[in-house]
Design a protein around this ligand. Structure first.
Ligand SMILES: Nc1ncnc2c1ncn2[C@@H]1O[C@H](COP(=O)(O)OP(=O)(O)OP(=O)(O)O)[C@@H](O)[C@H]1O
Ligand SMILES: [Mg+2]
Length: 250
């Protein structure tokens, strides 16, 4: 359902020169599976996800998402993807329901379909208490749940989450992790980026460790633990990226 082949993205930056944000990244993720992209700040997670969601064009390499090429068939890819970006703005004057419905209409859904889908999402995410309140008064958790519902209103086959629990309290973070697991169990293809070790341990079927734009290691939790001779995911991560000095330098 997602296949990335040697994806590479470089940026030209006035001060820093040419930056290779993503370098020769290849992986696959099947329906009913969660692929976890684990990396430190600046590792290349968001850039990789933006390439898959067709918000950026690769400098080289290719990817197909839901069977469509991200460059040549970007419209078809977008119709089949829900991309939760790390920073999504909500319109403060709208209620959560109005906000989510607005994105449903943008996706060509009927009013009946939108109503039914909002009910499902509000049940799954625990949103009924604030569904008809204005977004400008929301807590960080309420905003994030609204953003998730808005991103997934069209029930896409492929769901891409960029650090969805960033800044959330433990209980809210857990409810989102549970929601993502339910999406996987309903057969969705899920990519989940994070720098939180416990989340990849609990959630991801395959873990890709990304550092300096490149995949350093990939496997199930058990495979990575075995390869690096460590039980603790944090120790696995540090070894995979080449030691403490490497992490601090990034
Ligand atoms: N539009 C851009 N222009 C120039 N450089 C960029 C751009 N977008 C990303 N970069 C650079 O590419 C590298 C990877 O950034 P990216 O945002 O993909 O990392 P990340 O893993 O998502 O980090 P974080 O955990 O901080 O969100 C960084 O060095 C970043 O500064
Ligand atoms: Mg990021």
């Amino acid at each position: 359902m997602i296949e990335a082949h040697q994806l590479t993205k470089t940026f030209k930056d006035k001060k820093r020169g040419v930056i290779t944000a993503v370098e020769n990244v290849s992986f696959t993720c099947q329906p009913g599976r969660i692929y976890g992209l684990l990396g430190a700040n600046g590792a290349g997670k968001t850039t990789t996800l933006r390439l898959l969601a067709t918000l950026l064009k690769p400098t080289s390499g290719s990817a197909t998402v839901a069977g469509h090429d991200v460059v040549r068939e970007s419209q078809l890819v977008r119709a089949n993807v829900g991309f939760l970006a790390a920073s999504t703005a909500l319109y403060g004057r709208l209620t959560a329901r109005e906000m989510i419905a607005y994105f449903g209409r943008l996706n060509g859904m009927s009013d009946d379909a939108i109503r039914a889908r909002i009910k499902t999402l509000a049940d799954e995410l625990g949103m009924h208490d604030f569904l008809d309140r204005r977004c400008d008064k929301f807590s960080t958790g309420m905003k994030q749940k609204t953003s998730i519902a808005r991103t997934l209103i069209h029930d896409p086959a492929v769901m891409i989450f960029d650090e969805p629990t960033l800044g959330l309290d433990v209980m809210t973070a857990r409810s989102i992790v549970r929601f993502v697991r339910d999406c996987r169990n309903r057969g969705k293809t899920v990519i989940y980026s994070t720098h939180v070790m416990s989340e990849v341990e609990k959630l991801c079927d395959t873990i890709g460790i990304i550092h300096n734009g490149a995949l350093q290691a990939e496997g199930t939790l058990e495979q990575l633990q075995q390869r690096y001779g460590e039980r603790d995911m944090e120790e696995v991560f540090v070894k995979a990226v080449g030691g403490e000095a490497e992490v601090n330098a990034a």
